[in-house]
Write a protein of this length. Sequence first.
Lengths: 87, 87, 149, 149
Amino acid sequence: MTKMMAGNQPALSLNVANGAKVKDVIAAIEAGYPHIGELIHKKKVLVSVNQEIAHEDTIVHASDEVALLPPFAGGAGHPESREGDHA
Amino acid sequence: MTKMMAGNQPALSLNVANGAKVKDVIAAIEAGYPHIGELIHKKKVLVSVNQEIAHEDTIVHASDEVALLPPFAGGAGHPESREGDHA
Amino acid sequence: MNSAAAGSDDLFVRVQRENFSLDQELDRVRSRSTRIGGIATFLGVARDRSRGRDVDRITFEHYEGMAQKKLREIRERALQDFDILELLIIHRYGEISIGENIVLIIAGAEHRAEAFRACQWAIDELKQITPIWKLERTPDGEVWVEEHP
Amino acid sequence: MNSAAAGSDDLFVRVQRENFSLDQELDRVRSRSTRIGGIATFLGVARDRSRGRDVDRITFEHYEGMAQKKLREIRERALQDFDILELLIIHRYGEISIGENIVLIIAGAEHRAEAFRACQWAIDELKQITPIWKLERTPDGEVWVEEHP
């Protein structure tokens, strides 16, 4: 089970029982990294399992690829000028 | 005063008094070329003076460039499929 | 506004026989401002079908002078009415084979929504007000196409 | 549907470090069908301003595998949901200087309205569902950008 997170965040290391649910993974993260747990609860960070966005009851197996995904920012800039850099 | 028309149409030759209005030009066209006069009345053919679309009361001078413009068809194809070439 | 654009219209509005390169034209637009973030482009190419008929070649004719004038007007109105930084329009004339480029509109803006809006408006407007005519060669002969009766 | 497209996804959906040529990618799309008449393109380039700050360089990172998977999904849904003939998506990663290409979407259709719709939908969707992140370097330091909080 691998975990990744974009940015300068190091990989997380967690112990979660095989067959646990995503919510168990989140609970384990919260215990060790409360600020990341908070971001997950606020939906600022999403959890993916095998490259698909997971929900709380998604079951995680030992061979699964689990990732924590900060807000995406692909593409170029904003659709509209909402940036306040021109009045 | 030059006249042009797209297509395989030859140039028209007309005698119109200097200072006449576009409607006088149209009347002269109708006399010699009734089918073109009809197209103008149906707005299938527009009249331009000096490269701007003219209206009936636009005054035409000897040095003006007058043209008869069939329906435009620039660009590529239609915006929507209205062609009946797929159900 | 957009006084920097005056004088360079000749490069940003063209009616020409030759083909054009998208990379080259995009560089031209992009070089106008480092604020450009979104570039919307419309490229019209010659299709092999029109109004249910096969087409093997298209010929475009334009009213020299008026065509360029109308395209310049479109560019100026787009620069005024949309929040864009540049707009380029090229229309080819002469014989065009199936699959070849016919028309190109490039709109460069800070943000993509306006680039798309300006690009779509410009191609719609081009078809309405620009004196350009299209002759399609089909198995049944050549036909002048009337886009909007 | 669009079974001809299967297997060639690799060329029509790419996440790559290298720059791309619009002419080359347009030829790729155009060569898919002689029925293509309208091609709408979105090109995203690196701006020198973001959220009121100067930016002198942008770095994109992606989640290898999932990014490609999501872009393939976008292409497949676009081919299904819009009346288009082809859709190509390229997103670059790594360091990108101001003015350079970031992302390209090309939608080829018989008619331009659908090409524009599909192109706009695809870039909006890309930003929503593709795991790609952006680090902007400004005079105040480097910042990971959060597009939608």
